[in-house]
Write a protein that binds this ligand. Structure first.
Ligand code: AP5
Ligand code: MG
Length: 215
């Protein structure tokens, strides 16, 4: 299955992707995670990306598209993949369509996870992520057993630099302007599905699987 997860910041793309990896045994390709690792490792790519990410702006296509092409060419993507956070605008979507057409492996489905703006703000300001295994928690909705420590691997939990209220507002605006039009892009291609991303993480996962299992 070749899947694109669409949805606003905080919709739960990463949370659902982590569960989908286990069920479908295909890798998650999160451009946000790749870029954050480059920032932490202080690579030239990370240094370039950081200024955009801190403001909640999109990192230039020239940078991101190269990363994704390289990742898709790896062996573990042969049976499929979950794209999380890519594409983010029409130009990225068109490039992806072209790359996959050349490989004769078009997308199976673009799944949009829909959540109201007020819920998104709470999810993002409350999010904590494990430095070790990237598991997500939330101070309002899903706290770890031990404060600040990951249940799964014992790693330290941190708050993302871009999960500050002003930056979140800009990320949501950028989503509306640049990314939301992709809903139409995939609708026209006949591969769009959507689920309401409200309810418990497991309830949403069941809805997501019900859609994907029909594909
Ligand atoms: P990226 O990392 O992709 O961030 P995003 O799109 O803003 O999305 P998030 O990761 O914030 O949300 P999510 O939907 O994954 O939600 P999550 O599962 O974590 O991008 C970051 C930046 O990188 C961008 O701003 C940009 O600068 C750059 N970038 C990345 N890709 C790019 C691209 N293609 N082009 C250009 N630039 C790019 O959940 C959020 C919280 O909610 C968690 O705490 C979770 O525990 C909680 N939660 C999840 N589900 C539920 C539920 N059902 N009920 C209650 N809480 C829930
Ligand atoms: Mg994410």
């Amino acid at each position: 299955m070749r899947l694109v997860l669409l949805g606003a910041p905080g919709a739960g793309k990463g949370t659902q992707a982590k569960k989908l990896i286990e069920k479908y045994r295909i890798p998650q390709i999160s451009t946000g995670d790749i870029l954050r690792k480059a920032v932490t490792d202080r690579t030239p790519l990370g240094k370039e990306a950081k200024s955009y990410m801190d403001k909640g702006e999109l990192v230039p296509d020239s940078v991101v598209i190269g990363l994704v092409k390289e990742r898709l060419a790896k062996d573990d993507c042969k049976e499929g993949f979950i794209l999380d956070g890519f594409p983010r605008n029409t130009s990225q979507a068109q490039t992806l369509d072209g790359v996959l057409a050349m490989m004769n492996t078009p997308l199976t489905v673009a799944l949009s996870v829909d959540v109201d703006k007020d819920d998104l703000m709470k999810r993002l300001t409350g999010r904590r992520t494990c430095r070790g295994c990237q598991q997500m928690y939330n101070v309002y909705f899903s706290t770890p057993k031990k404060d600040g420590i990951c249940d799964k691997c014992g790693g330290e939990l941190f708050q993302r630099d871009d999960d500050k209220e002003a930056t979140i507002k800009n990320r949501l605006d950028v989503y509306e302007k640049s990314t939301a039009p992709l809903i139409d892009h995939y609708k026209k291609k006949g591969i769009l599905k959507s689920v309401m991303g409200v309810g418990s993480i497991d309830e949403i996962f069941n809805k997501v699987c019900a859609v994907l299992d029909k594909k």
